[in-house]
Design a protein around this ligand. Sequence first.
Ligand code: AMP
Length: 474
Amino acid sequence: MTSFADLGLSAPVLQALKDVGYEAPSPIQEQGIPPLLEGRDIIGQAQTGSGKTAAFGIPIIEYVDPQIDGAQALVLTPTRELCIQVTQAIRTYGAPKGVDVVAVFGGAPIRTQQAQLRAGGHVVVGTVGRVLDLIQRASLILHDCRFVVLDEADEMLDLGFLEDVERILSITPSGRQTALFSATMPPPIRKLADRYLYDPVTVKVESKNLTVDTVEQFQVEVAAKDKNEQLYEVLEAERPTQAIVFARTKIRCDQLYRTLRDKGMNVRALHGDLSQGQRDGVMLAFKSGRVPILVATDVAARGLDISTVTHVINFDVPPSPDVYVHRIGRTGRVGRAGRAITFVETRQKRELEAIEKHIGTAITPWSPGAKTIPAKIEEKPKRHEKPHVTRPPEIEETWAKLVVGAGRADGIEPADLVHAITAAAGLDGEAIRDVRVLERFSFVSVPEAEAPRVIEQVSGERVNGATLDLQPVA
Ligand code: AMP
């Protein structure tokens, strides 16, 4: 078995890995670290949970010279949650060497981030919109940035960021080293790689290594009116060390939080209506283990990685099989067993069946103390396929363009709009296209059939203090 020392890492980095308790490299690290240390560009096909952050984070630390000020490496992330998480990881790996890692993301004061950049910032981890903003204000100078990582590139595509990513890449030195990580490789990502990566090595971790296989999965059939009580019962019976309860909307998330709190449970809520400071506080409380139960919307919990999570509870059936896999990937990490429990209303049974087909396993009914009896479904589909529950691919979709009465001047970033629409109207990321944020307005396209509902459910939502008002583009 390969050890971290076999990969030729330096003493301070080996020390950091020892401090953080990693014993041996994960497959993506074993395959990805050597070419990156040789200076090659790489395409990494790996998901959250594979250890991909260290796969690019460790070579970054090896590469950076802490004696030289200024950004030597840039990591672009699609969301601020991932940005914070990646920053924390890279800080850990770089601590013994004295590498300064700065996080820059929207929804937080830009002045503080500008000051942090001026103070050093060997490695900058940022969301696409904020990075571009800081470049335009000449607060982030990338002349000496020789290492660029695109993390979760397919998410960036979904959120409508690819054009901005290209703008950033074209500003960085042409001799830079580039690593692109993406769970899937849709054509636009492939194109981006062809254009901006030089002779890349592809490293791929099959999704069967995904933690999903180590998660015991259950379903609970429950009437809508009984769900709150059922949730309480499940939590009482399971006694999770740490659980994330996923709710479809912010309002639902908040209601659940209140219900559980009023029953005396130690619980917090994480959703898009909280200020960035409040969200960071909640994340920290949960990550440190002080709070055992977190009620969250998907968007808020995106990329949230907590290796101690023992339970994932889907209070509503997830909007797509991919979201299901992504959510339950939060548990059962690195050799730990996890349990995922999904609440199903009668009208949602077909959606659950689509999930069972996707993962190739029947989901066992839950009862207190239940164990899974894995029952394979006849034909096991490849997990990278993306079956559409609501929109079969053979139906050619027509798109409706909507105008939103808020823009950059109101502190809106493309991700905020996508988040607001996914959270309030329950659309998945693929059903949101062509997001354009201008100074005072924004545009977004959604499937025509969904447009009236999106307009109704998203209008009135507040994002970073601005109220969204959606109208069809005549
Ligand atoms: P990632 O896929 O980068 O989000 O990492 C998933 C989780 O695995 C994080 O909690 C990491 O701290 C952890 N991790 C990463 N590499 C290793 C390793 N070699 N050994 C044990 N845990 C790891």
